[in-house]
Ligand binder design. Structure first.
Ligand code: MEV
Length: 432
């Protein structure tokens, strides 16, 4: 245990960690320092994002070109560590670019947050009180919502929800928000905290309450990352004959695979993980909160009580249709968008999208990944492409030189890739 760690300087923290936790303190320090940025201002910017920063943790930023979305071409910025994800996206983009491209739409942008509180005087009394103070609740948030209202957002409505059947005396103020181009977490939480203050204050002054009723106990006030009213839908469609050789058979196997994910959670989770490969990579590149997006999407996948695959596929009258609908709370202003140079870069690459456009792009990113994964799964199997992309990782792990890498890439164009087969081939090549 250590007291006052956060008070140490950055160098003090590193020295302490190196000497207390590492067999080779000099090497431990060197590793951290080798990832510092030589531009001191840039390094300071990153250090100030979080508490106790000691270094930078790199993930590659890649691009997947040729995404035709609603007749406009995009290059998607993607941040991921998984070897095959970007190649899969790029392949799916190319495939659909000659088949009408991707289509996408936004179905709502509403978010919500709740003030969770306890009240002992019964629902009818609370309902009357809420009705009498609702306009005051809204009025007291006006200074917080002023800028957002100018941008077309703000509080849409506040409802009182009786939750006392699940927990004794438990109620919610369920507040619906529009946050325009911001993800809106800070805005929503500030509004909710003000609402909770006003709620408690008004209760103290309410004549209809006994002394006990006046003591409303707020448990917490926080936005919800479940955003089923803020959704985007992406889809692709083409005649089965245009899907390639044996298009009809491929379409049938594809639909079967999607149906399996609809009915069986073991498959659904992996199916959706593939979708998130695309959505998370875009979320990180554009400075969005991928944990919030993940949590909201997985909850949506279980909205009818069973966890299901998020996409749908069918063939009707010889036409293949594949679609994905996901809840998304994303921002293109606020948060990291004006701070992180690579986030700014990514947003410029995407032609400075409004939040609604980014929602569509993300849904397409998820659909493209899902298409690429299922296409491989029902044809060649996933490992062929996956291991091809993973080859360089294995070679790096084995300390291969550039020359050795070139030779191995040629060799494994026609040979099956596994860690052992690469190790053997490299050893043989080195001997010869
Ligand atoms: C791997 O990251 C993702 C897949 O497993 C997704 C899927 O199985 O659909 C390939």
């Amino acid at each position: 245990m250590i007291a006052g760690f956060s008070k140490k300087t950055k160098q003090g923290k590193i020295n302490w960690l190196a000497s207390e936790c590492f067999a080779n303190p000099t090497q431990a320090k060197q590793i951290l320092e080798s990832y510092w940025n030589s531009d001191e201002k840039l390094q300071q910017l990153h250090d100030e994002f979080i508490e106790n920063a000691v270094s930078n943790f790199y993930l590659p930023l890649a691009v997947a070109p040729n995404f035709l979305i609603n007749d406009k071409t995009y290059i998607l910025p993607m941040v991921t560590e998984e070897s095959s994800v970007v190649a899969a996206s790029a392949n799916a983009a190319k495939f659909w670019s000659t088949r009408g491209g991707f289509h996408a739409e936004v179905i709502g942008t509403e978010k919500s947050g709740q003030v969770h509180f306890l009240f002992h005087g019964g629902h009818q009394l609370l309902h009357d009180f809420f009705t009498s103070i609702k306009s005051t609740l809204l009025k007291e948030t006006e200074s917080i919502t002023e800028n957002m209202r100018k941008r077309g957002g703000g509080i849409i409505d506040i409802e009182l929800i009786n939750c006392s059947e699940s927990i004794d005396n438990y109620y919610q103020l369920h507040v619906r928000f529009e946050t325009a181009d911001a993800m809106g977490a800070n805005f929503i939480n500030s509004c909710l905290e003000q609402l909770s203050t006003t709620l408690k204050q008004e209760a103290l002054n309410y004549d209809g309450f006994s002394d006990e009723d006046k003591a409303i106990e707020v448990v917490m006030s926080i936005l919800s990352n479940y955003v089923p009213e803020s959704r985007a839908r992406a889809w692709v469609t083409c005649p089965v004959d245009e899907l390639g050789e044996n298009g009809a058979e491929f379409a049938q196997r594809f639909v079967q695979a999607v149906n399996i994910a609809h009915h069986h959670p073991y498959r659904a989770v992996t199916h959706n993980k593939g979708i998130m490969n695309g959505i998370d990579a875009l979320a990180i590149a554009t400075g969005n909160d991928f944990r919030a997006i993940e949590a909201g999407i997985h909850a949506y996948a279980a909205r009818d009580g069973q966890y299901r695959g998020l996409s749908k596929a069918w063939v009707k009258d010889g036409v293949f249709c594949f679609e994905l609908e996901v809840p998304l709370a994303v921002g293109t202003v606020g948060g990291l968008t004006k701070l992180h140079p690579l986030v700014k870069w990514s947003n410029e690459l995407l032609q400075h999208p409004r939040a609604r456009v980014l929602m569509k792009i993300m849904a397409v990113g998820g659909l493209a990944q899902n298409f690429a994964a299922i296409r491989s799964l029902v044809t060649t199997g996933i490992q062929k492409g996956h291991m091809k992309m993973h080859l360089l990782n294995i070679l790096n792990q084995l300390g291969a030189t550039s020359k050795e890498k070139t030779a191995m890439i040629t060799h494994f164009k026609t040979n099956a890739i596994s860690f052992n087969s690469v190790e053997q081939a490299l050893m043989t090549w080195r001997k010869n």
